[in-house]
Design a protein around this ligand. Structure first.
Ligand SMILES: Cc1ncc(COP(=O)(O)O)c(C=O)c1O
Length: 348
């Protein structure tokens, strides 16, 4: 099976596909050094326990409330395995990050897709109504990939109160660190009241470790205990655990990366607005741009210029997803865009 194009490496171009942060900034060097020095000749289990402890401390929860994964993708798969299966319903938005519904399909669960609202946000009231007694899992990607829109803290709290406790609410916070909207709150705050809430996080995005693979879940001890048996043994590696420990020990790293990425994103959006283009409000490190027609040939035209942009999302056929890379990469994208899609003519 070939990987979706958006997940392949494409050297020397705008790294604009899978929503990863800038990897090679000086900010990342301490983590990279730690990874290079990691003991490759030993199983990583002791280091994994230390990482669990560090993550638990970071979030102020018990160690038994934390589960590590080979990227957060493995966390999503474990949630599917623990909480879905034949005859069970898995509810998700459309479009959203596909992994949960893909794993659900393999497990012969019934995937239910709930379209986003007209302003490209999760339709939580409809998603809650779609949760019946057979529902095992409901997935909320916050911020959402590919739209970069958010669910507010109040909306999420109201949703958690409505969903039956027999359904697990999986909140994917892969892009949590980029959010600036004050109405947003992490769903970690819901776990004490709603033990069926599982929050997934990753070191792939703000910490720039997509190639090293580390993600984790935080939830109630019961939910973590239900997911843990589905982890493959020694599912993390010494290099990423050392890099993650170094990153967590530097409280300024995530805020600095956030500022770097978000400043570039704001510049991109202002330049696109100057070109007269419509964008979705972004709270992540990628932006959706309206190209006014089928996005498929636009993506191909960018590839021909060695600029890799996101793939087509069939339910948003006119929208192009571009991930924030280095400033010069974004500049290359901005220069190429009018050559591929002439800017809309504005009313005088
Ligand atoms: C919303 C979301 N969740 C999870 C992932 C998986 O990330 P990883 O497995 O690298 O942690 C991605 C990757 O693109 C994503 O966009």
């Amino acid at each position: 099976m070939s990987l979706p194009i958006s997940r392949r490496a494409f050297a020397g171009t705008l790294g604009a596909a899978a929503g990863v942060a800038i990897l090679d900034t000086p900010l990342m060097s301490r983590a990279a050094e730690a990874a290079a020095k990691a003991a490759a000749n030993r199983y990583p289990d002791a280091l994994a326990e230390e990482a669990r402890e560090a993550i638990a401390k970071h979030h102020g929860v018990a160690v038994d409330q934390v589960l590590l994964g080979c990227g957060s993708s493995e966390i999503l798969r474990m949630a599917d395995m623990a909480f879905s299966g034949p005859g069970r319903r898995v509810v998700a938005a459309e479009p959203t990050f596909e992994a949960v519904l893909m794993f659900a399909k393999v497990l012969r669960a019934d995937g239910v897709k709930v379209p986003l609202t007209a302003d490209f946000r999760h339709d939580l009231p409809k998603m809650a109504s779609a949760c019946d007694a057979t529902t095992g899992l409901v997935y909320v990607c916050n911020p959402n990939n590919p739209t970069a829109t958010i669910v507010t803290g109040d909306e999420m709290a109201a949703f958690a109160a409505k969903v039956p406790p027999s359904a697990t609410i999986l909140v994917d916070e892969a892009y949590h660190h980029f959010v600036e909207d004050p109405r947003y709150r992490s769903s970690l705050e819901l776990i004490a009241k709603h033990p069926n809430v599982v929050v997934a996080r990753t070191f792939s995005k703000i910490y720039g470790m997509a190639g090293l693979r580390l993600g984790y879940a935080v939830s109630s001890m019961e939910a973590i205990a239900a997911m843990a048996p589905y982890a493959s043994w020694s599912n993390t590696n010494a290099a990423v655990l050392a890099a993650a420990a170094a990153s967590l020990a530097d409280p300024d790293l995530a805020p600095r990366q956030k500022k770097l990425l978000n400043d570039t994103r704001k510049w991109l959006v202002s330049e696109l607005t100057k070109q007269g283009r419509r964008t979705m409000p972004s709270e992540a490190n990628f932006v959706m741009v309206d190209v006014g027609g089928d996005v498929a040939p636009v993506i191909q035209a960018f590839r021909a210029k060695k600029i890799l942009v996101g793939r087509k999302f069939p339910s948003l056929p006119n929208w192009l997803r571009v991930t924030i890379g280095k400033r010069e990469e974004v500049a290359a994208f901005l220069a190429a865009l009018p050559e591929i899609v002439p800017a809309p003519v504005r009313a005088a």
